[in-house]
Design a protein around this ligand. Structure first.
Ligand code: ADP
Ligand code: MG
Length: 140
């Protein structure tokens, strides 16, 4: 499997509870390398643009408000099959359905406040990484 990069976001419910380090440890234990990382407080407009793909879903307004409510940590993870591997480490969207040991099982509060975002495919990973990072900021 090829070395890939994927965009990860540690969401406000997790930064608020000081879980950045514990979540990063799960990425590193799974063999994912954090090759870029920064803490941001997104505006509503920025969060709305990032999640534009979901604009017709009933939870869009709530999601955008949540993502802009407090700081997030945006990061690029690198490794073999990083996109799928990160989705495995994250666990299912709804923590009630997430496997034991996943980030969402261990830390998520609800289907909305579910601690992490991860890109779902190579094309979205590329777009999402360039939404937050310039090439100079990716240090592999
Ligand atoms: P994932 O983050 O697992 O890729 P989606 O792309 O389907 O999941 O949804 C994006 C985000 O929208 C989720 O991570 C979650 O924060 C929120 N979300 C998804 N479904 C719901 C829902 N039914 N109610 C509230 N928020 C939701
Ligand atoms: Mg998604």
């Amino acid at each position: 499997m090829a070395i890939e990069r994927t965009l990860s976001i540690i969401k406000p419910d997790a930064t608020r509870r000081n879980l950045t380090g514990k979540i990063n440890a799960k990425f590193e234990e799974a063999g994912l390398r954090i090759v870029a990382q920064k803490r941001l407080h997104l505006s509503t407009a920025q969060a709305g643009k990032f999640y534009e793909v979901h604009k017709d879903r009933p939870f869009y307004g709530e999601l955008v408000e949540f993502m802009a409510s407090e700081p997030v940590v945006v990061q690029v993870l690198e490794g073999e099959g990083a996109i799928a591997k990160n989705r495995e480490v994250m666990g299912a969207t709804n923590p009630a359905n997430a496997d034991a040991g996943t980030i969402r099982k261990d830390f998520a509060l609800s289907v909305g406040e579910n601690s992490v975002h991860g890109s779902d495919a190579p094309e979205t990973a590329k777009e999402e990484i360039s939404f937050f990072f310039s090439g100079l900021e990716l240090v592999g």
